[in-house]
Design a protein around this ligand. Sequence first.
Ligand SMILES: [Zn+2]
Length: 152
Amino acid sequence: MRDLGTAHSTAAYLYGIDVPQPRAAPTPHLQPSIISCLECGNSYAALATHLSRIHKISVAEYRRQHNLPHTPLASLATSRIRLAAQRQPDSHESWTALRISELRRARGVSQQHFAALCKVTSTTVRNWEKGRTTPQPRARLRLQQLDPGTGS
Ligand SMILES: [Zn+2]
């Protein structure tokens, strides 16, 4: 079981998002960064794994037992981190100079044309292909869309 504080600061570091500080309890069992288990009273970032491991019950059973048909069983912060992770583009390390120039050549376009596709300047594309800079998140999303290998 990872320490909650560490898990959150790691997520904040990895995904570059602000994890909200706990505010004055909005509801008894849904706080911004933790959620309490009604079986044992301990608090976690999300309950599904804890429920199956410790109490040997499914989320569905837990919801039925505690009459919680619609309450989210992950804290707000965790849900946001999961969403951010799903939207997260490839890391900048994965966009090497070689991968970018190969992608551009596969499409048979000039640096200038490729720059237009990525909505950046041709200088930026030149810098990527020389390994001087790596694409920013917005450009990485565009690159992913252009890359047939990622299937999107
Ligand atoms: Zn519990």
